[in-house]
Design a protein around this ligand. Sequence first.
Ligand code: ZN
Length: 342
Amino acid sequence: MPLVSMRQLLDEASAKGYGVGAFNVNNMEQIQAIMEAARETRSPVIVQASRGARAYSQDRFLYHLMLAATEIYPEIPTVLHLDHGNSVETCKSAIEMGFTSVMMDGSLMPDGKTPSSFEYNVEATRTVVEMAHAKGVTVEGEIGCLGGIEDGHGAGLDGLSHLTDPDQAVEFVKLTGLDALAIAIGTSHGAYKFTKKPTGETLKMERLMEIHRRLPNVHLVMHGSSSVPQDLQDIINQYGGKLKPTWGVPVEEIQLGIRNGVRKVNVDTDNRLAITGAIRKVFSEKPEEFDPRSYLKPAREAMKKVVALRMTQFGQAGHAGDYAPISLTQMAERYAAEPVTV
Ligand SMILES: [Zn+2]
């Protein structure tokens, strides 16, 4: 089937009460790992590319790899999503390229670093919503600022300095008409999210639940939601890596989020850790190897395992065949006929 809109996936996830992992990609092996995991677990899936990924791969390569994925895995409903679009222009170029969903992150200015005003965020996001919905493309926005930096994007703050204000979230959704809302509840991008296992002091699940109570029909998005499992850290360090001790978002907290309106869960770091650990292991155990396939194959397999596990834990496993895809044209007609209301 062709790439589908994220809105359809999240609506389905909402109706059945599960979450959908959104996994970042930069190259062929990562796309293959995700698609294999989706086939094995029969999961609908969101594949996402950041601006950094688009620059790294030249995004036409990524786009055509994703078209190959839809040919090879026709049974898997697959979304191609832009992660952290920094400007209207970036979202526009992604839509023109064929992305079926975009994130307009207007919580930061176009430099991707400076926290913006509420008014700027509303204006930029609403502009993208109008442009995207006319083509049936889904829009994710963000209110509040996540911690850390990912691919050069982020204010580099700790996760608690710009938490999402529930009143602002309600207002933001009403003024923009977006499809999915990323909220800041204490999580950060990157491997170093928490210096110890997070508690209610550092990971504000209560805040998430309040936002869900106020916006029960809005699909919530958790960014920075890698769990940074100890075993993946250990493999890297065992084979010569030097990761400092760190904690991610425990899977049970993500599952609590999913019971409270979270439909999209962003995971990147766990996959990076799995890939790096697998490559380090080969380099360490077989220093005579020089065929890239000798380490890229185990790297791909290691990432696939993590993705398949997350798909099962988030509840999307088994749901790939539940529904018929809605075309972007039909989605555009739907948006035109029924403007999103709160
Ligand atoms: Zn993010």
